[in-house]
Design a protein around this ligand. Structure first.
Ligand SMILES: [Zn+2]
Length: 421
């Protein structure tokens, strides 16, 4: 009995030892690497956006390749590209299936954007509107949007979009979710806005920079470390996002408040100061623009300070035309509300100061007089010279005539002398 008790005690202790020390170790050993799929948007005849000779499918591919190369410098990650040439055109379903086949923990779809109005600029991400897919997408979205903002890009937010079947609007997000793959669609910037052109139009190195930015965001999200890069994100605090129990719907209504009031008008300097009040009860106001022609054309959109509802706006006014000042405010879903119109009647053009004019006239007079006297001096000098030359020439001519006469008279005398002989 005693021996049995000992044996069972030893077995128990062994069991505890196994559970406490060996199994977690074995688990860690068996822990598979993170698997991510990068999907360069478009391909083949499906070029994506084209602007000023820049073709989206090619740009997406450069970003994807740089992102893969950078991610592979981290430990514990396997990276796949859905395709690595510009000629392959996969359907959205094929891309989703590729990610599911690889057992991807996340698929990152890489894109560049363009707007119909050519007025929008900045980066944004699109995520699933559903449960855990939303939560994970939003967590990663926060990390990448923060790094895009630090990089200098305008932050257009982390958004969902729903189609008329109450499903995720973007096919790649919908198809991936159906196969259980977390997916996010990254729109790095707008090709057709001068503000964003600074971030891509100077060479491929800028696109590769996006690849590295994206890779760092992925490494943070999965708490990876890299000996090669000397970075360690194992303790990086990944944002915690609650899993929503309902569909997270986009804001389909335009901003609720858009109102301007003229605070002051400096007629001489032609500067008007307005108070702009703007609010969107469902989402955020992203930009505002000012029109002087009643809302037909707008100047470059300006960022509206996040979370504010009132803003002081300085507007430079052109002279000699009646103005209809209107503000337009844009929400995160690019829905626009125009404000009331403030009419300002034509302001005078620049008045020329009489004193300054007199002064200018004097300066001109002085320099003119100076120029005239210099000119006449020169003329006098020249004519005197000319006179001297004339005298010399006349002298020479007289001398020569005299010589000819002497010679002629000599010859004549000689001839006469001979005749007498
Ligand atoms: Zn695209």
């Amino acid at each position: 009995m005693k021996i049995r008790a000992y044996v069972s005690k030893i077995i128990k202790l062994l069991g505890i030892f196994l559970v406490a020390f060996l199994l977690p170790g074995l688990n860690a050993y068996a822990e598979r690497p993170v698997v991510v799929v990068l999907d360069p948007g478009h391909g083949g005849d499906n070029t994506g956006a084209i602007y000023n000779g820049f073709i989206e499918k090619d740009m997406n591919l450069i970003v994807a390749k740089a992102m893969k190369a950078e991610l592979e410098k981290y430990e514990g990650i396997t990276v796949y590209l859905t395709h690595d040439d510009a000629e392959t055109d996969m359907t959205l379903k094929e891309r989703a299936e590729f990610a599911a086949e690889k057992n991807a923990d996340f698929m990152f779809c890489l894109h560049f954007n363009m707007s119909e109005s050519h007025m929008l600029y900045g980066a944004e991400v699109w995520i699933s509107a559903f449960d855990v897919f939303y939560a994970k997408g939003h967590a990663f979205g926060q990390i990448i949007m923060e790094s895009f903002s630090e990089f200098g890009l305008f932050n257009r937010g982390i958004k969902t979009r729903i189609n008329n079947r109450d499903d995720d609007y973007y096919g790649i997000i919908r198809e991936s979710r159906n196969l259980g793959v977390d997916t996010i669609l990254i729109e790095h910037l707008h090709l057709d806005h001068m503000i964003d052109q600074e971030f891509y139009a100077h060479g491929d190195f800028q696109l590769e920079e996006f690849g590295r930015l994206n890779a760092a965001a992925v490494a943070k999200y999965f708490n990876l470390a890299s000996d090669i890069l000397g970075v360690d994100y194992r303790d990086y605090p990944v944002p915690e996002v609650e899993v929503p129990s309902e569909i997270i719907r986009p804001d389909l209504t335009p901003p609720d408040v858009s109102h301007i009031e003229l605070i002051s008008l400096d007629i001489e300097e032609r500067v008007a100061v307005f108070s702009l009040m703007a609010e969107d009860y469902d989402s955020l106001i992203l930009y505002y623009g000012i029109s002087l022609d009643g809302g037909i054309s707008f100047d470059v959109l300006q960022p509206f300070p996040l979370g504010e509802t009132e803003l002081t706006v300085l507007v430079n006014l052109p002279p000699e035309q009646d103005l209809k000042v209107v503000a337009a405010v844009f929400n995160a879903y690019d829905r626009i509300t125009q404000s009331n119109v403030v009419e300002i009647s034509a302001l005078p053009g620049d008045e020329i100061d009489e004193d300054i004019l007199d002064e200018l006239e004097k300066i001109v007079d002085i320099s003119l007089a100076d120029l005239t006297s210099k000119l006449s001096d020169r003329q006098e000098h020249l004519s005197r010279r000319l006179e001297t030359y004339q005298i010399i020439i006349i002298g020479i001519v007289v001398l020569m005539v005299f010589l000819v006469l002497i010679i002629a008279s000599r010859v004549w005398l000689l001839l006469r002398g001979r005749e007498r002989d």
